[in-house]
Ligand binder design. Structure first.
Ligand SMILES: Nc1ncnc2c1ncn2[C@@H]1O[C@H](COP(=O)(O)OP(=O)(O)O)[C@@H](O)[C@H]1O
Ligand SMILES: [Mg+2]
Length: 245
């Protein structure tokens, strides 16, 4: 993939392979292009060149809705939550279930009870606590917002779940829960991509690590065979980029 924003070449030569049942960590310095790469996979940013294959089939996303349809969910760094809505409204935004009884169907009434119940399940699953499911996002702490965004992605992601620094705003306990969720997704045969600066978290949950530097993917490591020294050397450029394989 390549993508420029005006004179800024955010992606020069970036390539990443996600596998079902695996967690791929994406690491690199600030400005390396990690978020932009994720956004191309999420249909938010159109690449200038390059291709996207899903199960070997070339795909082109005209926008984020296409990626969502393909079962690709993303937790962005800014979380993309709507402050004036509740947890359940955010989780179901654009995908509200209709009530099952004939009147609800006819009037297209949203099944708020089901929304609240499903949201509660998703939140409980990741072990987070929210002030109340009906409280607006604006009343939540940074950690609660992050937990909500992760819960939403884990609810809808069928094929790929991408998380841009999912533990950045979280305390130790909340981070542990998010890492457990990531492991659980992998066991559901989902491909997970996690951007992280936290080597400890990466070593805990990632099967592989892709490192980016200055818009390029400069290496893919198998976590079990890598040391933090190897990773840091790739991030900083102490190790030259591996020849493309
Ligand atoms: N929408 C945009 N407009 C202009 N420049 C951008 C935009 N998005 C990213 N960039 C630039 O592209 C480069 C890579 O950014 P980003 O993908 O956010 O890096 P990372 O997530 O690794 O910190 C940076 O120089 C950033 O300023
Ligand atoms: Mg980023």
């Amino acid at each position: 993939m390549a993508r420029s924003f005006g004179a800024v070449r955010a992606l020069r030569d970036a390539s990443i392979t996600l596998r079902r049942g695996e967690v791929m960590a994406l690491m690199g310095d600030n400005g390396a292009g990690k978020s932009t790469l994720v956004k191309t996979l999420a249909g938010v940013v159109a690449p200038d060149s390059g291709e996207l294959l899903i199960d070997g089939e070339p795909r082109r996303f005209a926008g984020p809705a296409d990626a969502l349809d393909a079962g690709i969910e993303t937790v962005y760094q800014d979380l993309s939550l709507i402050n004036s809505m509740s947890a359940a409204e955010n989780v179901f935004l654009g995908r509200e279930p209709l009530g099952r009884d004939p009147v609800s169907r006819l009037l297209r009434l949203v099944d708020r009870r089901a929304m609240a119940a499903e949201t509660k399940k998703a939140i409980d699953r990741i072990g987070a606590r929210l002030p109340s499911l009906s409280a607006h996002v604006s009343a939540m702490s940074g950690g609660q917002r992050q937990a909500l965004a992760v819960a939403r992605a884990t609810m809808w992601g069928r094929n790929i779940v991408m998380l841009d620094e999912p533990t950045a705003a979280l305390g130790v306990t909340e981070s542990e829960h998010v890492l457990e969720i990531i492991t659980a997704l992998k066991q559901q045969d989902i491909a997970v991509l996690m951007i992280s600066h936290n080597l400890e978290h990466v070593f805990k949950v990632a099967d592989r690590i892709t490192v980016m530097r200055q818009g390029r993917t400069v290496g893919e490591l198998v976590t079990a065979d890598a040391t933090s020294g190897d990773i840091v050397a790739l991030i900083t450029g102490a190790t030259p980029a591996a020849a493309p394989s």
